[in-house]
Design a protein around this ligand. Structure first.
Ligand SMILES: [Zn+2]
Length: 139
């Protein structure tokens, strides 16, 4: 979870003012941190997918076993990497990130653990299906 908070420090969220951090853990113990990267047309990259892309570039896409996500409003007076800046309740990955995670999970040999944190609650889910039961498929 701390890696997700740490990843959030690199959030580029000047348009929404909402910073998100994510960290994925590969089977071999490598951790890849991501943060949301916005552009003015709002078609930037989510923190989850940023972390997934970094794992993929390192050749560990199908080895992802866990993902942790945290988000909240950016406040210049608080450390964006601290729990104080997180939303009260956990945020969840968007549909596109869940689709990515479902495909990774289907290529692997075990379900992915999803850890979602807020200031007052941490949720731990086993399997991306719990967030996206009906993923898109061409089969
Ligand atoms: Zn997303």
């Amino acid at each position: 979870m701390q890696a997700a908070y740490s990843g959030r420090k690199t959030s580029y969220s000047v348009y929404s003012g909402f910073g998100v951090g994510a960290a994925v853990l590969a089977a071999d113990g490598h951790v890849f941190k991501g943060s949301n990267q916005e552009v003015v047309n709002y078609k930037g990259t989510c923190a989850e997918r940023a972390a997934i892309i970094l794992a993929s570039v390192a050749g560990k896409r199908d080895k992802i076993r866990k993902i942790a996500v945290v988000g909240g409003p950016v406040n210049d007076d608080l450390d964006v990497g601290s729990e104080q800046c997180a939303t009260e309740h956990p945020i969840t990955p968007c549909g596109q990130c869940c689709q990515d995670l479902r495909e990774i999970e289907s290529n692997g040999d075990e379900e992915i653990t999803i850890i979602l944190a807020g200031r007052n609650k941490v949720m731990r889910l086993i399997g991306v299906r719990s967030l996206l039961p009906f993923a898109f498929s061409i089969n």
